[in-house]
Design a protein. Sequence first.
Length: 443
Amino acid sequence: MHSALRPPCLASRIGQLAISPFCAFMVLWPLVFAADTAAPFGGQFYRLYWYEKGLEHGNPFFNSRFRVNDPEVALNPRFMYRSEPRGNGMMQIRIEEDLAQLGAAELYLELWGGHPGTANKRVTINGRSQHSIADNGTAGGNCTHLYPTLALKITDLVNGYNALQFACDKGSSFWGHFIVENAVLRLALKPDHADLKKFGLLGFEASVKVALVEGGKESLRLALSASSPNLLSIASVDYQGFYRGYAENGSLEIASWHGFTKEREPVAMLAMGQPPSFNADWDFSMLPAQEDAAVQAIVHFKEHPELIYLTAPVRGPQLVRPESKSVELITSKDLPKPFWSRAGRKNQCTLELATDPAVIEKAELHVVVWDGGAGTIKDYFTLNGHPLKIAGDGKHDVIYSRLPVEPALLRKGENRIELLSDTEHHGIEVLLPGPALVVRSAK
């Protein structure tokens, strides 16, 4: 399926936006979005080359996952004979490209942040350039995940097998270690690229149109504008948003492009547009009010799933609501380091709610975990003693949960999150930014 090739936003697009600070005031509901907003043409074609495991792809392996280790583990008597330390941190991605027809290149990664305390995560491209993987709390002792995009020089690449050497340091961890779940080289094609002409896509252009849904709903209608012949070649469209909200992708940036991929599939995007119209609605009723959101579209093609077209961002949609309503994002100020539970050791944090639950109309809990299993514990994750399902099957993967919470379960003041697993080794890790409540209230 082409959906396995959907990336989140590309770093080059973030630089095109000038997002002003969050504005908390409300405007009158009927006046907030008087006209459609359309982005000018100015999109970009990219070709995607994913890392593939196996000797036939130049990537022998000893473990089911691509693992990166600090050098000291090679002589650590506790771990040195396990399969994980046999990984040398090198992957190869084969590309077949005329490098002169590329306009830019990027490396996008799906990372499990690693053992808390792991430091100096990095990657070298073909021995030509070294890139730091920005730390988002791992070195400080937190459980993390991250989806970085690294800008490369075209001269970093070769037409053939590209060697990516990953490494890390032990830092303060018992074992410096992280996992690259997926990696992809994303190559920007020049507008006159020979393959675009060959595929009948030369001159293809598309843009996003955004309009307020009628009837007083807190929702935006998203649509793709392209010429009729071009529409026939499109398989689907992913809409991605820049807004202020829960940082589900582990970036710790509340105001950012949201969403990520899991096993190459999109997670936490605004919506997917399907043929023939490719229209979709963005319900923003559980986001804080804000004036400078943005939307872009990732376009996929029926005959060429290795290609995507990223539209220019639409800037300035206003996410506002009636003055009588408010939405608040509440994060924890006492997250433990690391926030995990295993071998029957309970861990906890609190969320301070200033609002009287009597005026809360709707509430959600957002949380991202790495699931190593709850063991025999049935109520392994609770909010004020009430169990919530966020993981538990022990598949050792990242799970993002957005769970409805009955307002009656909440308390003004301290709301307690508790985590308990009795697995011997792995357990459940709550990844940064930690649990957060989103509450919608009547003023």
